[in-house]
Design a protein around this ligand. Sequence first.
Ligand SMILES: C[S@@+](CC[C@H](N)C(=O)[O-])C[C@H]1O[C@@H](n2cnc3c(N)ncnc32)[C@H](O)[C@@H]1O
Length: 367
Amino acid sequence: MAETAEEETPIVINEEDEEKIIQYYSSFHLILLVGDGDFSFSLCLANSFGSASNIVASSLQSHEEVIKMYKNGKSNLEKLKALGGTVLHGVDATKMQHHSDLRNRKFDRIIYNFPHAGFHGSEENNHLIQMHKNLVGRFFGSAKKMLRVDGQIHVTHKISPPYDLWDLVGLGSRNSLICIDCADFKIENYPGYNNKRGSGSKCDEPFHLGECNTFKFIFNPSRKNVPRTKQKKRYLQAPSQSFQNVPNSISPPIYSHHPAYVSDMIHAGLPARYDPTSEFFRIFKPHISYIQETFGRVDVDVELSVRRAIHHGALMFRDEARRPPEDYLAILEEFHCWSRSRITRLQQELQDLDRRVFERQGMGCYP
Ligand SMILES: C[S@@+](CC[C@H](N)C(=O)[O-])C[C@H]1O[C@@H](n2cnc3c(N)ncnc32)[C@H](O)[C@@H]1O
């Protein structure tokens, strides 16, 4: 008896749709590289992704200058372009949002490895340190305007003295950027990358790396650089004791002039907390906005986003105030309270929807 072979539907996997990852960078990210020396870092990412179509690699120098300065400059640029990358020259990190090819563009990752204002004497010289700090601070000021929602700015930097005096976390903070992570940087994790001095007669030579970190920043527009004493005072003026007993079922009042997350807070019995200067709001607003913006999207990992938000909050506390952990626990209570209230409100909305479908179908009274 002839067997009937079951016909299998062939599964076609488009290789281009598969996510490729190298360290913190994904082929699904739109990535801008700034001050990229001989472009070997961009090329390393592109090689890992198998494509550079998601990469915009840039240098301050012109095309001719890059080729003159770096022995591999020409071939790196050619390979990047062959992989579909965009290469831009004359991009000044301190005002790149005005560059004709970058205006109105937003990125998931903006990377500047080893920013440096040039070799003008001892790295311990205060004036030179200030030059480096100006470069990084102004880079932050420009980059933060070019981030997508949930985007990050990454700066890799030496952390031993005198480089620790640059105070990257403080420079970020002055630009409403929160440092969410300082990860060990190991050059061997980036095959093909050659770190370059980038200026002077030895521009094509590497520099000693030693201990380095990749500092990762996110933009928090509500985060102003407020002196610590004021932050403390503001917190004391808005105590949080009354937010522990949240009723589990409350009819949501209609506050259509507020953004939805404010309704969630009011729903949680937190009317007094709609204070844009409150600690809770200041710390968790980016997360709350993100949850609102991505609501219902299947490609969003809410659990990860919550974990990140809590982690960011803890780092903010540690970095900007060095306050006792109990202060942060109080804020977390509010966060928990807001989450519960939001879940309750969403459950009610679902039930309402269910009821309307039930009644419209003439199924009698909703049980
Ligand atoms: C120490 S090198 C590092 C180069 C490269 N990122 C690397 O990791 O090999 C510093 C780089 O910063 C660049 N740079 C300095 N000032 C800049 C600016 N205002 N805008 C863009 N790049 C700048 C230099 O051209 C140089 O390539």
